[in-house]
Design a binder for this molecule. Structure first.
Ligand code: FCB
Length: 457
């Protein structure tokens, strides 16, 4: 099986396009209570009976905290330009306020230096969901006081690592934190209250904007931005009620974030729908949220199809489904990127996460994950197509470097291009990792010749 990307599509990737792999702290680090780390809301949530499908937690995860050097070599072996990781806030500041934990900071110091020593650009995310439990006790993201705590944390991290990291992302997927964490309650902190969810979303956006201002004011050298999970949302049928449901869902997932960030306002139709649950917005908040960014990150996995009469049956799509039950729909990524470029004044765009869970089997030291490779190749082609049509794309990162703790799904869902045996913690590159490495090798070769041989697009 080959996974060809059309040559014209390949040629549309600019020389400085950034190729990477991504992870997040809670999903891989383990060492959940070591070296002074404080508890996070995910440590707490994992103890709630029934919250995690396999009743697991992140106490050991991939044990990345203790296997840093090995994992850095693994990342380097792939030939990527960049590695996206997150900092566990309670590891560096156990209660989210006041005292700093030097041992925790030391870990990220070694991570960043280790990446640079191997020629890999560090892409740091400040909040990939593991909020210090002590801040949740004071209301978490639904409380306005958390905004200033986050800005302080961002500034302190910048003072320690900002001279060496290429980019700082404030938040990963505020929609997930707000909606899955506060409205449906399937993720930490497990609340089921729409009003808190909407207020949490506002505070996440506000803390993002204020952090950008504060970081720039102190001379931060890294590129600054935010990562959103976005999908094109369409109606299941051409019935007007399905169209209305799709429009509202697009409002809550896409426009609720894009409009304040790039137009300085919340979408009127969603505000009206929320009624009394609309957020408390102070004078100046929207101006702060619209602080210009250096990049916008997009995480894309699938499209959304919405029906007014309950969930759409994805199995009728005719497309392959991943082990998450998500439809494989690469065209949606091109559509989404074209729309972002058309409807908002966006900075350079990055795909900061894209990948798929499939049922893998490790046989004789190999994992033949052709479906995953196919998924990745087709989505890279979809990014190339957006580039060809003029969208300013700056990079693409595979989710994920290695199998890890997939939140409420526990360890059962494997997204890695590197297999992790949870009994021995051995890492084994899957066929998809070997493919990605070869693809990147060819990209580099193309770059090397491009200066003398212009490529026909
Ligand atoms: C995204 C998360 C990431 C991972 C993937 C599958 O929503 O950012 O941590 O769980 O989904």
């Amino acid at each position: 099986m080959t996974f060809a990307i059309p040559p014209a599509t390949l040629a549309s990737f600019p020389q400085d396009f950034v190729w990477g792999v991504a992870t997040s702290a809670y999903q891989i680090e383990g060492a959940a209570a070591e070296d002074g780390k404080g508890p996070s809301i995910w440590d707490d949530f994992c103890r709630v009976p029934g919250a995690i499908a396999d009743a697991s937690d992140g106490r050991v995860a991939c044990d990345h905290y203790h296997r840093l050097e090995e994992d850095l070599d693994l990342i380097a072996s792939l030939g990527v330009d960049a590695y996206r990781f997150s900092v566990s806030w309670p590891r560096v500041q156990p209660t989210g306020a006041g005292a700093w934990n030097e041992q925790g900071v030391g870990f990220y110091d070694r991570l960043v230096d280790g990446l640079l020593a191997r020629g890999i650009q560090p892409y740091l995310t400040l909040n990939h969901w593991d909020l210090p439990s002590a801040l949740q006790a004071q209301g978490g993201w639904a409380a306005r006081s958390t905004v200033q705590r986050f800005v302080d944390y961002a500034c302190r991290m910048d003072r320690r690592l900002g001279d060496r990291v290429r980019a700082i992302t404030t938040h990963n997927e505020p929609w997930v934190v707000a909606t899955l964490g506060h409205e449906t309650g399937v993720f930490a902190p497990g609340l089921k209250d729409r009003r808190s969810a909407v207020q949490a979303a506002h505070h996440l956006l506000l803390s993002h904007g204020l952090a950008l201002q504060a970081l720039r004011a102190q001379g931060c050298k890294a590129q600054l931005g935010l990562v959103l999970n976005l999908s094109p949302i369409g109606p299941a049928t051409d019935r007007p009620d399905d169209a209305a449901a799709a429009r509202l869902e697009d409002g809550r997932l896409v426009r609720w974030y894009m409009d304040p960030l790039f137009k300085g306002e919340y979408p009127a139709d969603v505000l009206q729908h929320l009624g009394a649950d609309a957020p408390q917005v102070h004078e100046g908040d929207l101006r702060a949220i619209a602080t210009p960014m250096d990049f916008l990150g997009i995480n894309y996995y699938t499209r959304g199809v919405v029906s007014a009469r309950g969930d759409w049956d994805v199995t009728t799509s005719g497309h392959a489904l991943t082990d998450m039950g998500w439809e494989v729909y690469p065209r949606g990524l091109t559509e989404l990127l074209l729309r972002l470029h058309r409807d908002w004044q966006v900075p350079p765009l990055f795909v900061k996460e894209n990948g798929a869970a499939f049922k893998d089997t490790l046989v004789g030291g190999r994992v033949h994950d052709a479906e995953r490779t196919d998924y990745i190749a087709r989505h890279i082609a979809a990014v190339g197509e957006a580039l060809r049509q003029g969208v300013p794309m700056a990079g693409y990162m595979v989710w994920s470097l290695m199998d890890n703790f997939e939140w409420a799904s526990g360890y059962a869902k494997r997204f890695g291009i590197v297999h992790v045996d949870y009994a021995t913690l051995a890492r084994t590159p899957k066929d998809s990792a070997l493919w990605y490495r070869e693809f990147l090798r060819q990209q580099r070769a193309r770059r090397a010749t491009a200066s003398t041989e212009p490529v026909e697009v």
